[in-house]
Ligand binder design. Sequence first.
Ligand SMILES: NC(=O)CC[C@H](N)C(=O)O
Length: 376
Amino acid sequence: MKGYLFLETGDWFEGEWFGAEVEQSGEVVFQTGMTGYQEVITDPSYAGQIVNFTYPLIGNYGINTIDDQSIRPQVAGVIVAELCKEPSHPQYNQTFEQVLAKYQIPGLSGIDTRELTKLIRKHGSLRGMISKTLDSSLLADWKRKLELQEQDDQQFSRINLLPLVDQVSTRIPLFYPNQGPHVVVIDYGAKFSIIDSLKSLGCSVTVVPYNYPVKEILKLNPDGILLSNGPGDPKELTPLLPEIKKLVTSFPTLGICLGHQLLALSFGADTEKLPFGHRGVNHPVINLETNQVWMTSQNHGYVVNDESLKKTDFVVTHQNVNDQSVEGMKHRFLPIQSVQFHPEAHPGPIEAFEIFKTFVQLCSVEKGVKQYAQIS
Ligand SMILES: NC(=O)CC[C@H](N)C(=O)O
C-alpha cells in the first residue's frame, strides 16, 4: 500500500506503508544513529514525533527483549529508506514492523530520508502528517488544525493543557531496593537505562510521577535527586518550577536532558528551540574544565540559553563542539550538575558514564552524613 508524508511547507513524499494502518501527525525529526532504532522508538523523549532515520537500512537486527527504553514504543510514526523484513540476530524475537503494528504506529519506507533531512535542516523543525491519500482537501484541513492549535498555544500558553510529559510519566512510585544511596528519579519520561545506570552503581532507586509533591518526596528520605529526560518543550512544565527548585536545593541533584533544561528554568535562566535539534549517537561535546571531548548520545530540540545562565549561579561545564550550544552546567555552591546529552547511552557511546559516578559519589556523602547524624 502506498502512503504519503505531508510537510507543513507543502512538500510531500510518497512511500510504502508499513506498521499500523492509522494516519498520524507530529513534529518530523531526523535521527542519524547507525544503530539503536529499538532504543529510539521506545525512548519517551520522542513522544509525539515522527522519526526520520537517516541510516539507510532499518530493522535488520529486529527487536529484542532487552533494549527497550520504556514499556512501549513512544514515537508517533517512523520514516525509513529501506525496511528490512527478515532480520538476522540471535536475540531478535519480533520484527520492527510487527512491533509498530502492535502499538498502532504507522511507518513509511522507500522515502529519500536524506532529502527529507535536508528540508528539515533548511526550514528548521517541521510538522508533518503520514497520510493514506494525496488529497488536497485533507491537507487543507490539517493545516487549518495546525493554525488553530498555534492560536490555542498562544492564548493559553498551554497552562490549562496537560504537558506531553503527562502521557509518559509513571502514575505511581516504583521502588528498586539496593544497598547504596537512595536516588529519587523524577520521571518526566525516564529511559530504563538511566535507572539501570543507577542500579549498576549500587543505588536504591525510587521513580516518582513528574508532579509528585515535594513533601511526599521528603518522606522517601532521598540521598539524591535525578531529574530525568522527557518529551516536549520544558516550558510546558513552568507551573512546577518552584517545587523543582525547592527539591534540588535540598539534595545532590543530577539533571539529564529535559531535567537539565528544567533546572536552568527553575533558577531563572531561559531555554530556546534549536533550528532542527540534535538526535544521534556521535555528537561531540567538550568538557570546558579538562578540554576532554566525548562522543555523546543526544536527542533534544530545545537548549539552555548560554547568556541567560550568567544571571544565575550556574557555570557552563560542557559545550557542543559543532554549534557551541550549552551541553552541561554545574552550580557554583550547591552539589547540582546537569547535562544536555545522555550519559546513559542506549543508543550510543558509553564514555560519559562518569557523570553518574560523580553524582553517586555525592549521594554517598549525603547518605554518610545522615548516618553519622543518626549515630551521634
Ligand atoms: N531527551 C530529552 O529529554 C529531550 C528534552 C526536550 N524534550 C527536548 O527536545 O529538548
